[in-house]
Design a protein around this ligand. Structure first.
Ligand SMILES: [Zn+2]
Length: 233
């Protein structure tokens, strides 16, 4: 009997050893934002070519938005509040793998490639983007609790006018920029107030960028790809 029990324990230990490691996104509690907030509109720019790189960015294998579960839950509260006022959240990016950030840096150092200049940085020389902090070697998006978003107006059926577009490299992207119409300022304020009421903090240089104040992994630079496999057991 004793031998049988020992054998059984041995099998259990072996089974434990051989068990497949869970995908990193599962281990760390990441979710797909659309699973938590079905009403969200996704426009995952780094999966396509309508972004400052002008090409699909490394690590974006599917057009989905991943985030830590706690951040997604807080974003759900923002969405519920704004839906009641006639707006949906439109998300451009959330969790971003380190390999994507590395791709941005590589792109910024190739000054001969100015394919997207007219759309994203007409006022700046490309070799200023990295020194002036528009492109950085580290991003809070890599910690998994940051999101880039705007509002979609259900009455007009259009994205709201924020007086500037996502990933525009210039002063008008600063939340402190005030040379805007009353309507534009009001829309920026509406988004910012709702995000802050539900635990997100704004960012100095981008009106569309918010990070969960109590983010669970402030010092971890994740690198698993943006794809459903990363969050499925
Ligand atoms: Zn951002």
């Amino acid at each position: 009997m004793r031998k049988i029990i020992l054998a059984l324990v041995g099998v259990m230990v072996l089974a434990g050893c051989c068990k497949q490691a869970q995908p990193e996104g599962v281990q760390y509690g990441f979710v797909s934002i659309s699973d938590v907030i079905p009403d969200v509109i996704l426009d995952i720019r780094y999966y396509g070519t309508y972004n400052f790189v002008g090409a699909k960015v490394d690590g974006y294998n599917e057009p989905i938005a991943l985030m830590t579960g706690v951040a997604a839950d807080s974003l759900k509260s923002v969405s519920d509040e704004l839906l009641a006022q006639g707006y949906r959240l439109k998300i451009f990016d959330a969790y971003r793998p380190q390999r994507a950030v590395d791709h941005f840096v590589r792109w910024s150092k190739d000054v001969s490639d100015t394919l997207t200049k007219a759309y994203f940085y007409p006022e700046l020389a490309k070799d200023r983007l990295f020194p002036e902090g528009f492109i950085c070697a580290r991003s809070s998006h890599t910690h998994g609790s940051t999101v880039d978003l705007t509002l979609f107006d259900m009455n007009s059926g259009k994205e709201v006018d924020m007086g500037g577009t996502f990933d525009w490299f210039g002063m008008s992207s600063y939340p402190t920029y005030t040379d805007l119409t009353e309507g534009q300022l009001a829309m920026r304020q509406l988004l910012r107030d709702a995000m802050m009421r539900h635990g997100f903090k704004p960012f100095d240089t981008e009106w569309w960028h918010f990070t969960l104040q109590d983010e669970p992994y402030p010092d971890t630079f994740f690198d698993f790809p943006v794809e459903r496999k990363s969050i499925v057991r």
